[in-house]
Each structure stands twice: as structure tokens, then as C-alpha cells.
Design a protein. Sequence first.
Length: 425
Amino acid sequence: MYKIFQFILIVILLGSCSKDNNNSTEIPELIQYIKQGTTGTAEFFDAAKVNDDYILVNDPGNSAVYIMNKDAKVLHEWQLSSGLGNDVFLLPNGKLIASLDASEQHINLGGSAGVIEIIGKDGQTEWHFDYSTNDYITHHDVELLPNGNVLAIVWERKTIQEANFAGSSMDIDIFPEVLIEIDPKTNEIVWEWHSWDHLIQNFDTEKENFGLINAHPELINLNYVPHERGDIMHANGLSFDPEKNVIYLSVNFFSEVWVIDHSTTTEQASTHNGGNYNKGGDLIYRFGNPEAYKSSAGARLFNHNHFPNLLDNEGKGNMLIYSNGAQLEQSTVYELKMPNTFSLDASLNNEPQIIWEFTHKDLFAPKVSGAVRLSNGNTLITEGDFGIWEVTPKGQVVWLFEGKGFFWRAYNYEKDSPAIKALGL
């Protein structure tokens, strides 16, 4: 990938472009101007089309969280009590909710965290939740629910004996996914869902969960990813739909998004019945990779994925998602239309409709990354090992930021939003 710091003088003098045209996307031929900021460099290709709001940048590479403007000038930065466990976002009151590293991590897989905190403007911890032992650890992402509770992703350890009894093809401890909902007022876990309760396998006829994978798309193939460290699913992102009362869970190693009924009780979530969809904790919908449940219908959409981001305003209910494209060495951002009703049939095409997509030969991050929709209709794309793009609905690149870090996500905040006003910016 062409890097901004290389040949800047040549770019300015010759009017060349640092991102070449690809797949008919409209790329400017001339950089209007360049801004050297606090933590990186911003290129403006068409300043009149650039959204002028602020950006919250999550940089686990430097354990840094800051707000910057489009000139790449840092306006506010937080001092954190420990390293980033990836996700941090800004609440309407100007406080942060953050996934942070526990002082001791007994389960040390990529994206491990163990601590969730609410942090004030001054960097002081106002709420602390530690969930890190030899048997479980929070990781990657958190979501604040409308009721004020916090939803988090957890790895739980299953021993070799437990794994073998369940039909695992590996002779090691494994770490399937769990969701927990925490009440910050009491630190009580008020709801939970365990993927372990919703498995199927066709490896060992004598063990639990044996069955035909494509006969049960609502269940999870225990042996789809025989990962050498036991990280067999690697969920990495959450989104909650309050109208449908469902959770969208991005599962990177499956190249899928799973949809889980949040209306269940914890007891119902461990079964195959109950809740608004009467499926208990089984998957009520899944998309991105029909191969994961041996479906012959529908084309694979994702090659590893991050950030299932539901839209609020125009296109409400649609989802932006970043497909890393690891095997393709090219990433793609999709806007997908979520179904009004959820159904799963392995003999049918269950993939959602593509509303919009953007890719470019220089857009590639095999890890992290994501996208958010801006108030002017543009899309802000985080390319994890590079920086941030802004593109128009027609695919014109109007702004690029190359930073000196490793970027989990970038969130947009309008200048007159309550969060920004609360910070006094």
C-alpha cells in the first residue's frame, strides 16, 4: 500500500494520487492539501465533500483513545488504567465505556481483555468490572443496552475431557463463546448465553451433539475451525437491535454473523425453546458464509469479518460490516439489508441483500477494522493497520488519515452531539 509519508513532495508537485482507481470507484487525481496532525497525516482530496464532525479513535497499538478532527489534530485524550482490550466508545454524558486488559490474563488469546470500565473525562475510573480467571475472560467488544446494562463477549474454557465428550476433534482445551449482560449498579450478571449449549458435530458418532450439520443450521458446528490454540470461534463484535430484541454477533473464524434472541431468560437461552422467536438460544438467523453449516445455497460473502454496525437514520435497520478478506488480501465494506423476519433453511439462500459496497485494491487489513455511516451520507472506514478513509455513496475517496498506530475502530460524533458538548469541545 502506498503510504502517505512516502513521496509527499512528488505527490504535491505532480498531482498524483496516493490511492489508485479500482473497481470503477471514483478516485481524485489531485490532493487538494495535506495536514500533518498530532498522531498522523490527513489528505484531503475533495474538502467540500468531507464530513466535518469529530472522530473517536481506538488505537490498541499504543493503548490510546482520543478525539481528533479531520485535520488529524487531537482535541482530547484519555489516560487509561491499563492496555486496551480493543473496544472503547463515548457515552452521551461524555464518559467512556472501555474494554481493558486485566492485570492477570490466564486466557491469553488475540483480543483478550478481562476488565470493563466507565471512565470520566478526567480519566478517573467510575465503574470497574473484572471478569478474568483461569476459566473465563471478556474479550474484544462491549455494548451498552437501552436498559443501562452492559453486554460483553466472553471466552469460557472447556477442558480436554469436556471437549472430547462434546465431540471435539482436538485433544486440547477449547474456548467457545459466551455472552453476558451485566448490571453496572450491582455487578450482577443478569442474563447469559453459551454457545456450548447449541452445538452439533459429525466427527464422532459416539459422542454428544452428533448429527447432520446441514439438517440443523440453527446449531453451531463444533469442529468447523480446529484452531491450534483452542480459539474455535473468535467472536469480535456486537450489535443490539432493540426493536427486534436480538443480538448480532460477528464470529470471525466462521466468517459469519450470528443472530441470537435476547428476549429469552438465561434458562431458556440454554435450551432450544422459548423467547419471542421460540428457539431458545439457538441461532435464529446467520449469514456471511453458508459453508459454515454445509449449505449448498447462497454464495459466501465474508472472508473474516468485523463490526456488525446497525444503522440508525437513513437505511435504519441495515447493517454496515467490514469483511477483512484475509485470503483475498482485499477488504470490502458492505451495507446489507437485514430481513424483517428471521428464518433458516440450509436448502435456501439465507444471505441478505447487498445495498452498497466499497472496495479498493489498497483497502486491506486482515485484522480489526470497521465502518460507520456519517451524517452527510459518507462512510468512515477504519483500515486497522493503516488508518481511516472517508468515501462518498458513489465510492469517491474524499479524505484519508494515516496514523502511527493499530486501529480497532473509529467512531464518528457530530460536533453538536451531547457527548461532544459534555466534553466541552
